[in-house]
Design a binder for this molecule. Structure first.
Ligand code: ZN
Ligand code: ZN
Length: 448
């Protein structure tokens, strides 16, 4: 193994990054909203391991999918087990459903999760090799209302964290089931066979294993050929057709804007019937040179997918378990954070800091150390910059975080048990007894 140079040792692995407090503020805002909405609709949380048996992903995702072929991090343990860092959240949840006997719970079982996932992708804008997702799954139900519910939850979360209704669009398609999809696949194969020489290298290979993946290819030559390709929607069997129609009716009812995208497929083999992605449609995006996918010309060009998912009724059977109809979604949290920042959507801080404690001199510094705890015990969210002794520096920090009141403790105040309370907005200040401080702060904040 090549030794790392000193310089390399202070670099995180390519495509993986630290998350500092600013981004964590965004992350927490997104997750707070996501939890509230998911729990309101009866979802309960689940956490699954970061490592799973590699086989759990091999067949469900498709052995020829990009994720399995090139992107999965796998390792052989000293005991000989072949494990994978989870590249996605759905297969582990289906495993957990059976392993934990959730078949005996009232059906359907609704679960939500969040955490890190891992794919060895080419690093590009907004893509990471360790990325965070929030996801929700409904297991044990094939009613179309559940597909609509999953879409609604993803949509509501995006709305709730501040994305505008006019920028969000659900792109939706049905890719049929095991009755009607094989017939379509055959027709699609025939179509692409005639265009074989014009396909990109990857798609030439895809044609043999899974022609539907060609529809997802971003290479310009393949995008062009796609425009004339047969559409799944025209090949749906009666059951799939009725199911899809019903999903759309529920979306209409819920006033969730959607666009039929007849060539939308998802990368994994386990999807069937409903598939969807929620895009941020945004004109600002037009000229920034982003390498996002382009869709059929008659539609608005899709920009950035913030969430996606679909129905996966066949996944459990692929895993060798009982039939388990299910539908789910996931959202890419780094990408959402990136877009929130770009659109200047500010995250809510958990507790707004209302007062800021400032000290001048060593005696005051000592008193501050215990006074902070008195404020906390009284339920007052207070900030400090206790390691900084300069008055101006401390005042600047207080102003920067938007504190309403500054509590200034000088040498004299520390000695006689008083403290200066300065109104940061009106710049007025008064001296109060420390023993009356909590009362004073509460009274003053009430007026704000
Ligand atoms: Zn291609
Ligand atoms: Zn069908």
């Amino acid at each position: 193994m090549a030794k790392k140079s000193k310089r390399e040792m202070i670099h995180s692995p390519k495509g993986m990054h630290d998350m500092l407090h600013e981004d964590i503020g965004y992350l927490e805002r997104i997750l707070e909203n996501a939890h509230d909405i998911a729990e309101f609709y009866g979802f309960t949380p689940i956490k699954t391991p970061h490592l799973e048996a590699a086989e759990l992903f091999l067949r469900p995702l498709g052995e020829t999918s990009d994720v399995v072929e090139k992107e999965m991090y796998t390792l052989r343990t000293k005991g000989g087990d072949f494990l994978a860092l989870r590249p996605e959240g759905t297969a582990p949840i289906v495993r957990a459903y059976f392993e934990n006997g959730m078949g005996s719970f009232p059906q359907p079982v609704k679960l939500y999760y969040e955490g890190s996932f891992f794919r060895h992708e080419k690093p590009q804008r907004g893509r990471f090799r360790e990325f965070r997702q929030f996801g929700a799954e409904v297991l044990g139900g094939d009613d179309a209302v559940l597909d609509a519910l999953i879409i609604k939850i993803a949509y509501l979360i995006l709305r709730e964290i501040g994305f505008s209704a006019k920028n969000l669009l659900v792109r939706i398609n049905s890719i049929g089931d095991k009755e009607c999809r094989p017939i379509y696949k055959k027709e699609l194969t025939n179509y692409y066979r005639k265009k074989f020489n014009y396909l990109c290298k990857d798609c030439k290979r895809r044609l043999k294993d899974n022609p539907m993946r060609i529809l997802d290819c971003k290479e310009p030559e393949c995008v062009e050929i796609k425009a004339q390709a047969p559409q799944m929607i025209e090949h749906l069997c009666e059951t799939c057709k009725a199911h899809f129609k019903s999903v759309l009716e529920f979306l209409d009812e819920g006033q969730i804007p959607y666009l039929l995208d007849n060539y939308l497929v998802r990368g994994f083999d386990y999807y069937g019937r409903t598939v969807f992605e929620i895009f941020l449609e945004d004109d600002l995006q037009k000229n920034d040179g982003g390498a996002e996918s382009t869709g059929p010309d008659e539609n608005k060009t899709p920009k950035i997918a913030l969430a996606g998912g679909g129905r996966y009724d066949e996944l459990a059977v692929i895993l060798g378990a009982k039939n388990l109809p299910a539908v789910g979604m996931s959202m890419g949290l780094e990408r959402i954070i990136h877009e929130m920042k770009r659109l200047q959507i500010t995250p809510r801080t958990r507790t707004e800091i209302k007062v800021f404690l400032i000290h001048i001199g060593p005696a005051a510094k000592k008193r501050s150390f215990t006074l902070m705890e008195e404020l906390r015990a009284a339920g007052i969210s207070a900030g400090e910059s206790i390691s900084r002794d300069n008055l101006k520096t401390q005042l600047n920090v207080a102003a920067k975080i938007g504190a309403k009141l500054a509590l200034i403790l000088g040498q004299k105040e520390a000695m006689d048990g008083t403290i200066l309370v300065r109104d940061m907005v009106e710049s007025a200040q008064e001296t109060v007894l420390q023993s009356k401080l909590i009362e004073k702060i509460k009274a003053k904040l009430k007026k704000k």
